[in-house]
Design a protein around this ligand. Sequence first.
Ligand code: ADP
Ligand code: ZN
Length: 529
Amino acid sequence: PGPAARPPAGTAQEVLNRTFGYPSFRDGQQEIIDHVVAGHDALVLMPTGGGKSLCYQIPALVRPGTGVVVSPLIALMQDQVDALRALGVRAGFLNSTQDPDERRLVEAAFVAGELDLLYLAPERLRVEATLRLLDRGTISLFAIDEAHCVAQWGHDFRPDYLALSLLHERWPKVPRIALTATATEATRAEIAARLELREARHFVASFDRPNIQYRIVAKSEPRRQLLHLLRTEHAGDAGIVYCLSRASVEKTAEFLTANGIPALPYHAGLDAGTRAGNQARFLREDGLVMVATIAFGMGIDKPDVRFVAHLDLPKSIEGYYQETGRAGRDGLPSTAWLAYGLQDVVQQRRLIDTSEGDDAHRRRLGTHLDAMLALCETIECRRAGLLAYFGQPAVTCGNCDTCLTPPESLDGTVLAQKLLSTIVRLKRERRQRFGAGQVIDILLGRRTPKVLQFDHASLSVFGVGTELGEAEWRGVVRQLLAQGLLAVEGDYGTLVCTEQSDDVLRGRRKVMLRREPERPARAARAERP
Ligand code: ADP
Ligand code: ZN
């Protein structure tokens, strides 16, 4: 079937009511739409589920010509266009998945002025033929979706986005609206600069998602901890579980299925057909758990995702916020649960050290990771930490783990001194480098083969840390890492002191630590491995 006939476009309010069938605008939408309809540029920050699409779809219908939408979400274009056509909006898309005949039909419709919205993959704009095509039609506006992809400082950089500055050069009179669900103030400034959006008004909605309960726990047996959470709090619920590696995605999906929880894997190593099939099942069926790498989720509109669980540490707060933001788009109570441990920090540092790119890039990745660690180890409200990171004012929370069960804090100066001085002593053994395991064994006075091999039982710090158990010492290590009083290096996660460590060792700086909460009770039912 060809594109549906266009209903007479009226005012923004009329389009909202008649075409989209909604009685009223949500917070912020009307202001943004009026601004763009009037022909001005806009930079829109709105959390996932906030209703960004209408902010360019309605102006595209109200203004004469075709609204050109640049989106990296090629896999979703067909669905988006189908949904719009079902509403009587004349929409089409151009991307690499089409055959030439399909493409020609869309191009002809655009040139004939028969399209309200045209979705384009960013790489299309690198092709001169596309630019010439756009010259032949009337463009009502440019919408740049997922605009944070243009920012190298951000977490999801796509080189194709850099070419988008030419939109303004080539069509200076066409208003542009850039939209994203995640950006710090630094990223926002970079978006504005790279897209030549200097005159654009910034519309920043609150990033608070009050229905999401944020919880971050120490990782011990991640899959069993996850299973416990799902059985006790999310039986029968749909949710997403994020893992860092493909192997861990596969194992976790199998583990959940073996334990009676229907779960599907999703990662870039699966063939396109399996991925599309699993995604479609997740969207359409009830109570499925998607176990995925972060390749999954951008642009997914499933309102009743009741939990998002991370079994590995996200690389940045932007990523964490965006991934957890996929929970609870319907506004109902939902859980964002993250389990993380020392090994995550070691692993992420190694990934950064071996990553491609220059030193500045590695430093940027390191800064992102540090901020994520600080959020994990904070003794304050998680929501306040998230909002502060995005430069937004704090709100009353009462719905995160630290607000619900305030962690006890303690003066950990002596503990930190014991740990740091052990590390200093080990450093004197130049040729050998030791990770947290050996340091903790020494503090606990354990005569392990490795302790005996290196004669570490003769160190003056041997056995001085028996007031804590191993898990608690690991917590101390993590917290010192998060506070910048300790760093990890190299393939084996060697612990090293930082410049600030010295102040602690010399008693010039006090260290406050969070007391590790009791481990949650194990699920009573039998678990299969
Ligand atoms: P975002 O792109 O910001 O993540 P969407 O544009 O996909 O969010 O909108 C999220 C959901 O909210 C969609 O299902 C959309 O139809 C709905 N929605 C958006 N604006 C309104 C409104 N004014 N009234 C009712 N529902 C709305
Ligand atoms: Zn809180």
